[in-house]
Design a binder for this molecule. Structure first.
Ligand SMILES: Nc1ncnc2c1ncn2[C@@H]1O[C@H](COP(=O)(O)OP(=O)(O)OP(=O)(O)O)[C@@H](O)[C@H]1O
Length: 530
């Protein structure tokens, strides 16, 4: 390289003597500097960051020079024995996988661990297998370790201990061979913003080795399959969140890999797009019957609709495993009962409004504050009598509502309405208390309708609690109320149906449904006990 400043200075480096073109050396040096600046902005370069870079480079060199099969434990004391209280199904799956008696399985995870920074255990001795044609629902609470596990399977992360096999190829010792069989849709769309939908699919089809003569057909097939024809030539930054997700799943499926890993594929999709995506996934696993799908989702409906087997992770550990029906039968120790009472009749409503109105106008017996409230509500009490005040015009303040509660013999119900923290207040109750705070009053007919509806719910509740000991209220939406009933030897489904049918008319029940525990309540059970 020559350097001139008035004089011609000697050549500092003459690479041509070594057979290296000077410009190529310059190119490499500037490329490395650019890369470094891209990764670490100038203002962040300090002695500490330079030391960090050096340490990382040393680690990379050490890793590449050592065999992949070497144990990767930073400290073997981190990897303690598995949980002695492990669930029996999880244990049976572990024994089956470790004893190599897993027929047709194309993915095996064996004692897979991931520990970040030597202390943060993200995945703990995970062992399970997935078969051909199976859609495995990999569920779990936030931070349970699902994404970390999938990242290890797809080769993005290295296991800290244990390993997984994909078509017999070890992901630790032979990551490339293992990865060849996988289509992976990550949790966050990894799209290039200025490439179009079509260009993305072409790019990934080429990366996956689709031959040139098939390229166009393969790309078009995915565009049509995912209903992306209208958006085929749009750059990815201009796509909606749902369409970006569709493109990410389409990329994972391009080239028809035998294993498809989908990390929350339907996040951000509207219900129609979601159904559409379910169809595609279901066709892939159950109908084509050859592809193994691992699916993570926070939607229990999605898991119920698509998965043939489900594993629930909590705190890096698998807490249960089995078909949705098996999990419901094993962990669903209750029935879900939803009851909808008949509507409040207009005659009952009219009668109650009139009763309250008459008592309100029985002025001499009211305390002073209530009188002034009434004046505010209906514009002065002197000229208005109970006969000429319109029911709809009367707006009840908080104090009036408290007194009406006393008249009607249920102060507790009013307390719940005013605090609106109780589940049994329901959505309607919450709306009323919001209206009270916002407008300073509730119209008499609305209050009366709420009161009568609550009467109906109370009658039903008293009946349920006395008929099914241990029943618990799960919430009320104003139209219906849900209960969990303990389910066991002394209470069968037939008993519950029989009892409700016999008392249905006298209780004023319009509709009711009884079902086994939902997947959601089972998931909540594991999440709550984490
Ligand atoms: N690079 C990292 N460094 C340190 N800790 C990490 C790293 N990545 C993940 N973790 C931690 O590992 C645990 C598992 O995270 P992971 O993302 O796998 O959970 P998840 O089950 O996929 O959660 P979510 O449902 O929220 O996506 C979390 O406690 C997380 O904070």
């Amino acid at each position: 390289m020559k350097f001139e400043s008035g004089y011609i200075v000697e050549t500092v480096f003459d690479g041509s003597k070594l057979g290296i073109e000077p410009y190529s050396v310059e190119g490499i040096v500037f490329f490395l500097i650019t890369l470094g600046l891209e990764l670490v902005p100038l203002h962040k370069i300090t002695l500490v960051t330079l030391k960090g870079c050096w340490e990382s480079m040393k680690k990379i060199f050490q890793r590449t020079s050592s065999s992949y099969t070497e144990p990767l434990l930073e400290s073997s004391s981190t990897y303690v024995a598995i949980d002695p209280d492990e669930d029996v199904d999880v244990q049976a799956e572990r024994n089956r996988v470790l004893s190599d008696s897993t027929d047709n399985a194309i993915i095996y995870l064996r004692n897979l661990w991931k520990v970040y920074h030597g202390t943060k255990v993200a995945v703990r001795s995970l062992t399970f297998s997935v078969q051909e044609g199976e859609c495995f629902g990999f569920l779990g609470t936030n931070g349970a370790g699902k994404t970390t596990t999938l990242s290890m399977l797809s080769g993005e992360e290295r296991p800290s201990d244990g390993t997984a096999f994909i078509f017999g190829k070890d992901i630790s010792s032979n990551p490339k061979a293992a990865r060849r069989h996988i289509g992976y849709c990550p949790q966050f769309d990894a799209l290039l913003e200025f490439l179009t939908v079509r260009e993305h699919l072409e790019l990934y089809a080429r990366i996956k080795g689709v031959p040139d003569y098939k390229l166009e057909d393969v790309v078009m097939e995915k565009i049509v399959e995912f209903d992306l024809l209208k958006h085929a030539n749009k750059p990815s930054f201009s796509l909606s969140g749902g369409n970006k997700r569709k493109l990410s799943v389409a990329i994972a499926m391009i080239g028809d890999p035998p294993i498809v890993i989908l990390d929350e594929p339907s996040t951000g999709m509207d219900p129609i797009a979601k159904r559409f995506m379910w169809e595609v996934i279901s066709r892939l696993s159950t109908r084509r019957g050859k592809t193994a799908v691992i699916l993570t989702t926070h939607s229990m409906n999605e898991a119920q609709a698509l998965c043939t087997r489900i594993g629930i992770m909590v705190g890096g550990q698998l807490r249960c495993i089995g078909s949705p029906q098996h999990l419901k039968t094993r962990f669903g120790n209750h029935l879900e009962l939803e009851v909808k009472p008949t509507e409040v009749s207009s005659m009952d409503l009219e009668n109650l409004c009139r009763l309250i109105q008459e008592r309100l106008f029985d002025i001499p017996s009211h305390p002073r504050s209530l009188l002034s409230d009434l004046e505010v509500c209906i514009g002065g009490t002197d000229s208005i009598t109970s006969e000429n005040a319109s029911v709809a015009e009367i707006s009840l303040t908080e104090d009036m509502i408290v007194i009406i509660g006393q008249w009607l013999g249920n102060e507790e119900r009013i307390k719940i309405l005013l605090s609106s923290t109780d589940l049994s207040a329901g959505v309607f109750g919450e709306q009323l208390s919001e209206q009270l705070v916002r407008d300073g009053g509730i119209p008499l007919p609305i209050f009366s309708e709420w009161w009568l509806a609550k009467e109906k719910f109370s009658t039903i509740e008293a009946f349920i609690i006395s008929s099914f000991p241990g029943a618990t209220c799960q919430g009320c939406n104003g139209l219906s109320i849900k209960y969990q009933l303990p389910y066991g030897n002394d209470l069968s489904l037939a008993d519950v149906f029989g009892h409700l049918e016999r008392n249905r008319d006298s209780l004023g029940i319009a509709e009711y449904s009884i079902s086994q525990s939902t997947l959601e309540s089972i998931f909540n059970h594991f999440a709550a006990n984490s």
